[in-house]
Design a protein around this ligand. Structure first.
Ligand SMILES: Nc1ncnc2c1ncn2[C@@H]1O[C@H](COP(=O)(O)OP(=O)(O)OP(=O)(O)O)[C@@H](O)[C@H]1O
Ligand SMILES: O=c1ccn([C@@H]2O[C@H](COP(=O)(O)O)[C@@H](O)[C@H]2O)c(=O)[nH]1
Length: 238
């Protein structure tokens, strides 16, 4: 198989790292997700990763807590995941750097755009932790922001559903999946698979998003090779 893209931003669902558990990290699952990432890198694809935090904590679900503090906790959760993914990639023999949007220099590099790009050019995987570094945002928005900054060709959102549906398929068994959508459709129909800030940022910067299931990790290779999986969201799909 031949890669379609030179540089990709892979958004990994935090929830997916828990495997069959409801919370936390199942390291065997993380290794399974990282194996196809190595295959893509071995094909010469430059890979940056943003990891969600849903397997530990989501600020918006924190109930009575102060939202800003709850989001700080969420950003720390994404960093735990970033370190777990980095460790799995290293165990597979890859060169990896973790960069965080909030400085924690004993643990990871601070996010510096030019350094991140240099790492990618050298064939290292860069894993971004702490989302955007700001509360009231999500890791989908962090993926859109970092993708724009590093000039990624596409965002590949590897998540718990196999694409974008006309309504949440976990709540409605009759939900219908789209093969392709425009950003305006995602925004106008209020499709919740990604938040509107992330969709707007991708629209403004013309970065396509491919949403696909991480339950079959080989989908990552298929996505990189341009095989028709999941749902593609892009400007000219109409
Ligand atoms: N229209 C829709 N189409 C597809 N999925 C939808 C839709 N509306 C809501 N969803 C829900 O969105 C979820 C995926 O997005 P979500 O932001 O929850 O997770 P994530 O970004 O993959 O990462 P994390 O688990 O780290 O939060 C799916 O599990 C699905 O239930
Ligand atoms: O830029 C960001 C990114 C994330 N957060 C917080 O982290 C959690 C986990 O991220 P998910 O995208 O939901 O997986 C999120 O709920 C926020 O609480 C943030 O504050 N800023």
């Amino acid at each position: 198989m031949k890669p379609k893209y030179k540089r990709v931003l892979l958004k990994l669902s935090g929830e997916s790292l828990a495997g069959n558990e409801t919370h936390g990290i199942d390291f065997d699952t993380v290794l399974k997700i990282c194996e196809p990432i190595k295959k893509c890198a071995d094909m010469g694809v430059q890979i940056a990763i943003v990891v969600g935090g849903g397997n530990f904590w989501r600020g918006r679900s924190s109930g009575k807590m102060d939202r800003t503090r709850a989001d700080h906790m969420g950003m720390l959760a994404t960093t735990i995941n970033a370190l777990g993914v980095a460790d799995a990639l290293e165990q597979l023999g890859m060169q990896v750097r973790v960069q965080t949007a909030i400085a924690m220099q004993q643990i990871a590099e601070p996010y510096i755009r030019n350094r991140a790009v240099r790492h990618l050019e050298k064939g290292r995987v860069v894993v971004f932790g702490c989302g955007t570094g700001n509360p009231f945002f999500s890791t989908d928005t962090a993926a859109a922001l970092r993708a724009a900054e590093i000039d990624a060709d596409i965002i590949m959102k590897a998540t718990m559903v196999d694409g974008v549906y006309d309504c949440d398929p976990k709540k409605n068994p009759n939900a219908v999946k789209y093969d392709s959508l425009s950003f305006m459709e995602v925004l106008n129909k209020n499709l919740q698979v990604m938040d509107s800030t992330a969709a707007s940022l991708c629209k403004d910067n013309n970065i396509p998003i491919l949403v696909f299931s991480i339950n079959e990790p080989e989908n990552i290779v298929k996505a990189v090779c341009g095989e028709p999986i999941g749902t593609i969201v892009e400007e000219d799909s109409l």
